[in-house]
Write a protein that binds this ligand. Sequence first.
Ligand code: GAL
Length: 814
Amino acid sequence: MIISNFKSFSIFFLSILSLNFQAQTRKVITLKENWKFQKGTIENAQNITFDDAKWQKVSVPHDWAIYGPFDKEIDKQNVAISQNGENIPTEKTGRTGSLPHIGTAWYRNKFNLSAVETSKKIMLLFEGAMSEPEVFINGKKVGEWKYGYSYFYFDISENIIKGKNTIAVKLTNKEFASRWYPGAGLYRNVRLIIKNQESIAQWGTFITTPFVTDSLAKINIKTSINSNKGFVKTTIFDAEGKALISQESSSVFGHEFEQNIPLENPTLWSPENPYLYTAKTEYFVNNKLSDEITTRFGVRKIEFTREKGFVLNGEITKFKGVCLHHDLGPLGTAINKAALKRQMIILKDMGVNAIRSSHNMPSFEQLELADEMGFLFLAESFDEWKKPKVENGYNRFFDEYAEKDIVNLVRATRNHPSIVMWSSGNEVPDQWGTEGVKRAKWLQDIFHREDPTRPVTVGMDQVKAVMESGFGAIMDIPGLNYRVHLYEEAYEKFPQGFILGSETASTVSSRGIYKFPVEKGSMKQYDDFQSSSYDLEYCSWSNLPEDDFMLQDDKPWVIGEFVWTGFDYLGEPTPYDEKWPSRSSYFGMIDLAGIPKDRYYLYRSRWNTKAETLQILPHWNWEGREGEKTPVFVYTNYESAELFVNGKSQGIQKKIKNGNPQERYRLQWNDVIYEPGSLKVVAFDKNGKAIAEKEVKTAGKPHKIILETDRKTIKSNGEDLSFVTVSVVDKNGIPCPTATNQLQFEVTGKGTFRAACNGDATSLELFHMPTMKLFSGKLVVLVKSTKEAGKIELKVSGKGLKKGIIELEAVLND
Ligand code: GAL
């Protein structure tokens, strides 16, 4: 339940209070509105009497830095990135995104509580606060945390008073604390949980399915309470809400009840069929209902075996995974479910079945979507342990916080069927030395203690070192980051019997940009600070997609991969770490705006086994290249195809099993001579029959703006988003792939302009301003709903272009 106005909540609450607490034993209030925000160290800002009238009014989730401006001096790091093989420090400008996230800031929120409410147990939960949060209630410090990616809560029952209460949160982001854009602020939800004194503990349910057959599953439910009396009653509901079975238990051991409930003919959860059950846990004291919570869960069986690798519900399953950072491009890190869902729809279409939350705790919203939509999840915790990668990184907190951070990660998320493994770290420098081996074991043991049902991995890049030291041998799952040339040796040396590509590829490209001559290369740079979309460029430590494909296809002991990355993200603009104004990544298969690059189709042709993929590259607008060699690649699930330039055959190409890696997975015509007109590919099925075709045409001058939305109807909840892709076509309706027109956006009706993004890693245009240039002929506009239902109109205009208009609608429930 979301209560936007606390005052009205309180009045409402007071009047029906007695009724309310009988019928409903706990309330969760998401503190979204009426926050006051101010950047800078401010004296006495925690005090109740402090005057914040002039502070900015914001809603939470909020990322204070995403509004810019970009500035090359922000968090400029003069470092040698040793993970990238550098020895000499150089100036890295866009490493953390060049957005103003450094500094101290305050958030304040006032709300009223009634006498009855103040007699309850009240918890204050933060789902993420960037970073080093210090939390005050009515001027008194109630607690602090350090890691900006952790979920944490405080019991504030003793600190609240009847009437007006004030929460003040101080956040501090230091320089040199990150390797990417971390965002800034209360970027995930803040919730108040009001419950009875005798109630279920925070994150107090743990549901596992230790026995699963087609006819019967054992549902093990542990319920922790903050008392030691009474009994629990658990009822299991199917996905349609039908009660299936109910069981009571009064055997309390310390503070925990344990139940085993038989579920007949269970429907199993899997990426293909993400079926979810719900458990309702009621806690009774003196025969009176004292607390009640519902937990969604899935029935599924996971095994990692020497013989078969990863086995889900009895079937060998390979990870077709992507690594994702937590930012949402133009929205920054402020969590938004519509934006997350759009990402995951795009990933599903690519055939992705797994996500790694690199290199930190996933949001609750993303896990909920993974459960519902069917993604396997590798939930990661840290990018650093005790040895620093960056001066002010997690190394400062490791000793005091590592255990607490893992405990919260596991307890808060362990009921998600999507999570199939944990990661305690990524490329930690502690891979070197015996202390690191001890730390690896210590962390893995904490995960095991908190959750005996899932294995633990670490993304290891120092493969030789971990083979020697025993670090790799103690892992439940040996995860290799890159280093394809060491897979075989690692498989021989490690005892587990399989290898996971915990991080792969790091191929770089810019959407719609193609460079000549077309050749493979590491750390290639160009004057425009873009990378070629011919997908042949990678980093000194990394490789091309096909190198990973070959390992997976030829070595049954490779259990799959997590590609770096699904979407582009803010910061880490390799290979242009030293080149301003590069400020976001080139690694994504999909750009920062959420528009697929060519590489998306290369993976799709392999991963999405249900749909046809037929992608031609490059575009066919090469004024000035007439008569020059312009290679053409086709990414397709078909084995062979014929290419035509203006109707003239360029021959048939087939995937070559014993060829070089690219010949095996792409169709390539390397000697095509460019002439404007038509480029057409005809694909053949196994019997040589023409089965599909695609044509790309040379476009004339931009003439008209075209708008396409992912969702025409959105919810009128003030948060939902419609993502409108904007492109331009010529007089004949042919898309203009090189257009860079400056466009303006105007939203009227029951919606607002929220942001725009064109996917150009070098653009310094601000996301929240209603104007932006097209990049390779496209950009995306985000339209946000208000709290009123009704029509919304987006108008996009540009000099000399026919306007684009699209009508959207906000409804109460879509
Ligand atoms: C890896 C690292 C990632 C990212 C990537 C870029 O070594 O784990 O966080 O930096 O390299 O290629």
